[in-house]
Structure formats: C-alpha cells, structure tokens
Design a protein around this ligand. Structure first.
Ligand SMILES: [Zn+2]
Ligand SMILES: [Zn+2]
Length: 141
C-alpha cells in the first residue's frame, strides 16, 4: 500500500530522529565536532591571550616611558609588572569605574580621549604589595 505524503513525511522524520539518537552512528561525527571545537578553543584562547599581552605591553610601555620596568626596583620581567595607582585608592577606583581589567580600562580611556589617564606608574608585584602594606615600598625605607 503506497504511503500518503504525510505518512511518508512522518516516516522520514522518524528515521532522521532514530539516526540522531543512534550513538553508534553519531559517535564519529560528535568526536569530529568536539575535535573541531577543541582545536578552535585553543586557537581562540591563544589569540585572546596574545591580545591581552599586547595590550598589557602597550600600557606598561606608556607608563614606564619606554621599556617596561619597575619604577622602584627596576624589575623588567613582564610577568611581574603591574600598573600602580601612584596615590593609592586602587580598589576604590576599581569599584567606582567597575573595572575588571585595569589595562583594558586605561586603554579605553586612551581610545576615548587620545591620552592615558595620569596618576599611574609601573611597579612590579613585590613593590606594589610592599607599597600597599607599608605605605611606601620597603625598598625605599
Ligand atoms: Zn619592583
Ligand atoms: Zn620596591
């Protein structure tokens, strides 16, 4: 008995659905898709990391007046360097401006006004924390 068009449609849909739910048929495809996304995820992560690092370098270079180094101890290792609020109040500032990433914020100010905000300097993590805890970096005491 020939199928009506509706019955044929239902039959097709059922077959598609069955195929979709058949893990044996899907395994290869899913594996392939997962591999695709994994590979892209890594590439995307690497790309955004590179972008962040480039931004950091740009901001640190500006505030260090040339090649980035700690204004207090002269540390040049990029991984240690930070932007410091010269007059303190970093946390308050962060809250006020809803800053998640200070580098991004500084850069956005630059995009808006054509210049970086004043009141910042480059310090390494040690000097930054030293200054925060003691008021002035222990190096300077
Ligand atoms: Zn330092
Ligand atoms: Zn210091």
């Amino acid at each position: 008995m020939p199928r009506t068009p509706e019955a044929q449609y239902r039959y097709n849909q059922e077959r598609i659905e069955a195929r979709r739910q058949n893990p044996r048929l899907n395994a290869g495809y899913l594996k392939y898709m997962k591999g695709y996304y994994e590979a892209r995820k890594d590439a995307m992560r690497a790309k955004s990391k590179a972008r962040r690092e480039a931004l950091r370098l740009k901001v640190l270079t500006y505030y260090a007046d040339g090649s980035p180094l700690c204004k207090c101890c002269g540390e040049t290792e990029m991984a240690f360097l930070t932007v410091d609020h010269i007059n303190g109040g970093g946390n308050k500032h962060r809250r006020q401006e809803h800053i998640i990433c200070l580098y991004k914020w500084l850069h956005s100010q630059w995009l808006k006004t054509g210049k970086y905000p004043t009141g910042f300097q480059v310090l390494c993590m040690n000097c930054n924390v030293g200054k925060f805890r003691c008021g002035v970096c222990p190096h300077k005491k």
